[in-house]
Design a protein around this ligand. Structure first.
Ligand SMILES: [Zn+2]
Length: 312
């Protein structure tokens, strides 16, 4: 069996330090597509990482058609530093710099290294996330439409079989001016791709990792890489998503909880200054459902405090 599971630390040099990430290729007994499954692009989102390493054992090459390629920790420096969202060498969000640049900053070069090694030649991509250190969230799939109708359709199909309660398409993504998320870059290059998000607050929760594993197995069944039908509890709600940010630093006190419905104009958060004085009250700009909420008291200027699903 071992010869059908290639496990390797991939390494490449950069002027600001060497780059490395673990990669596993499980080659099936019969032919089929290449599915790349990444985790740890955000190094402190543990449920995806745990699901990826458990899939190494779980998937039997004899039962597999095609190739399952796993990258359990894409952002090793962020994982080791317990960073929130960023790569510590340059403080950039790795999930905003794809497909990357081999001659760019450490994050851009790491993105290029991941892209050219693990993603570029795959047929389908799942990028597993786990809710970062600063947020709690409702499990969801991130998708987006692209010009290629096949890619848009197959992306949505993968999202529907993953089995999470929401499928969300962004209206705008903060910090996307430098590049794309991994899944968005894949879609732009003709690879159906989803982001899956389960868990939060930098906590490893075995049930959440199980949810990811079931989602990946469901997608593999959908793609006929494994036998059997996907098992989904209920159809996902498919909605647009938006990110609500704050304009000043301070101590942030959100007033809404996960899955709350909020009405336009409803008071949603209070910001206090360093001395405990309330300096701003925030009101919801639209009707929405709360998908993610910041759970750290600390808030920088421009920080996201809620991710929301916009009601139809
Ligand atoms: Zn993430």
């Amino acid at each position: 069996m071992a010869e059908n599971k290639q496990m390797k630390m991939m390494e490449r040099e950069h002027k600001d330090g060497s780059m490395r990430f673990p990669m596993v290729e499980i080659e099936g007994a019969s032919s089929g597509p290449i599915l790349t499954v990444t985790a740890g692009v955000h190094g402190s989102e543990y449920n995806g990482i745990d699901a990826a390493v458990r899939l190494i054992d779980e998937v039997d090459p004899k039962q597999l058609s095609g190739t399952l390629r796993l990258v359990p920790v894409a952002n090793v420096p962020g994982f080791l530093a317990r960073s929130e969202a960023v790569v510590p060498m340059d403080d950039r969000n790795l999930n905003r710099v794809f497909p990357g640049d081999p001659d760019g900053s450490y994050s851009a070069a790491l993105a290029d290294f991941l892209w050219t090694t693990a993603v570029e030649d795959c047929d389908y991509l799942i990028d597993m996330h786990g809710g970062d250190i600063f947020e709690a969230l409702v499990p969801y799939i991130g998708v987006a439409q692209v010009d290629d109708e096949r890619v848009t359709r197959e992306t949505l199909e993968m999202g529907r079989v993953y089995g999470l309660p929401y499928i969300l398409e962004p209206r705008g993504l903060p910090g996307a001016e430098d590049g794309l998320s991994l899944a968005a870059a894949a879609r732009e290059y003709g690879i159906p791709a989803i982001l899956s998000e389960v868990g939060g607050e930098g906590v490893l929760c075995p049930d959440d990792a199980d949810t990811h594993m079931r989602g990946v197995v469901n997608v593999m069944r959908h793609l006929d890489m494994l036998s059997g039908e996907p098992t989904v509890d209920a159809p996902a709600r498919e909605l647009e998503t938006d990110f609500w940010t704050i304009e000043r630093e301070g101590l942030i006190y959100p007033l809404l909880e996960l899955d709350d419905s909020v009405e336009e104009g409803q008071r949603m958060a209070v910001i206090k200054d360093w001395f405990g004085e309330t300096v701003q009250e925030l009101y919801a700009p639209h009707d929405a459902t709360i998908i993610a909420v910041v759970t750290t008291l600390a808030a920088r200027e421009g920080a996201v405090i809620y991710q929301v699903a916009l009601d139809e």
